[in-house]
Design a protein around this ligand. Structure first.
Ligand SMILES: *Cc1c(COP(=O)(O)O)cnc(C)c1O
Length: 355
């Protein structure tokens, strides 16, 4: 596939102080764009200077929210190579999300070639400091220029890249979580398993309320019974209860995280009993009460793991592992980040070399 590259004539200065990168505020010099129509399929693959997208005021995405996205990172490894972590998993998930929202599929090899091309072009934007990376945000949206409600005939695929700071610049501090009993993020049969903007729109209110009350994130319960634990914020969630690792099974309303999958694989190799099953809020409540809840943590690309130190439910507050990161959580963090930054051997072939 031909990707036409138009380089910027006005490259920006790279951020000098990498401790101030934050998340998703600075963007690289270029972006990838490709258009789809039923007649032509995917066409006009191009890398152009980063800038605004012209969009029709009736565009499907603006009215009906037909949008999906991905999030992955490119890392500057110890040996000087630039690599992505399991990017094929993001490509497959994007195609699954696309299927749910009636958006077109992208051939896996083509999608990989596109990722490799944009990351290689922007390689100097991959920051150098410990814990930093280049966040890659592929997204696809319905782009028909009329208001009729139906599966789209036109779509756009885009990729933007942002150098991001170390998530744990101040050390890994466990977070405070409120269990959300009113709003739900997704329901079985809906779009919970798809990484789509609409799921995020539905989750904002609970997140804001929790933040106002001094919590970092909410723990989502299932939308039907309001009983089974699904995710924490926009991360998957895992618990260590009485020696066993438990994570909610992928019932259709849970996002199949790549960090989740990687953690499950690593933990099974280490000999832990790992159960992907339903876990009710009562089970968690009882485990927190009788002391068998040994660890709790979220998993996702941005943070890798995020230890949970406090859980609030029905006005009661529980402390997990004395509010410090647990042994298993720490081991997962060390192993995954070790592979990502090339500090330990990548026995699974998870690290995908770009250049
Ligand atoms: C992206 C995402 C995750 C984490 O997925 P990773 O592939 O591990 O980054 C978890 N939950 C939701 C809702 C997400 O959107």
């Amino acid at each position: 596939m031909e990707i036409k590259i138009t380089k910027t004539t006005a490259p920006k200065a790279k951020p000098e102080d990498e401790s101030k990168l934050g998340f998703g505020r600075i963007f690289t010099d270029h972006m990838f764009l490709m258009d789809y129509s039923n007649e032509e399929g995917w066409h006009d693959a191009r890398i152009v200077p980063f800038g605004p997208l012209p969009i029709h005021p009736a565009s499907t995405v603006l009215h009906y929210g037909v949008e999906i996205f991905e999030g992955l990172k490119a890392y500057r490894k110890q040996n000087g190579e630039i690599a992505m972590f399991r990017p094929i998993e993001n490509i497959r998930r994007m195609n699954n999300s696309a299927e749910r929202l009636c958006l077109p599929q992208i051939d896996e090899d083509v999608a990989m070639e596109i990722l490799d091309t944009i990351v290689e072009l922007e390689k100097d934007w991959v920051p150098h400091s410990d814990g930093t990376s280049l966040y890659i945000r592929p997204y696809m949206f319905g782009n028909d220029p009329h208001l009729g409600v139906h599966a789209v005939h036109n779509a756009t695929y885009a990729i933007i890249c942002s150098p991001v700071g170390a998530y744990y610049a101040e050390g890994i501090n466990p977070v405070k979580i409120a269990i959300e009993s009113e709003d739900v993020r997704a329901v079985k049969g809906g779009t919970g398993y798809a990484k789509c903007g609409g799921n995020y729109a539905a989750s904002l209110r609970a997140g804001e309320k929790a933040e106002q009350k001094g919590f970092t994130q909410v723990l989502w319960l299932d939308g039907v019974h309001r009983k089974y634990i699904e995710e924490v914020g926009s991360m998957n969630v895992m618990f260590k209860i009485n020696g066993e690792i438990v994570t909610p099974e992928l019932t259709g309303s849970v996002l199949p995280g790549i960090t989740r999958k990687s953690c499950v694989e690593l933990l099974k190799e280490k000999g832990y009993k790992v159960s992907e099953r339903l876990i009710s809020i009562d089970e968690l409540y009882n485990a927190a009460k009788d002391g068998t809840l040994e660890e709790a943590w979220g998993t996702g690309t941005a943070a890798v793991v995020s230890p949970i130190g406090w859980l609030s439910y029905k006005g009661e507050e529980f402390i997990v592992n004395n509010g410090v990161i647990g042994e298993v959580t720490q081991a997962l963090y060390d192993e995954l980040t070790g592979i990502q930054w090339g500090k330990i051997e990548d026995a699974h072939g998870w690290s995908h070399k770009v250049c």
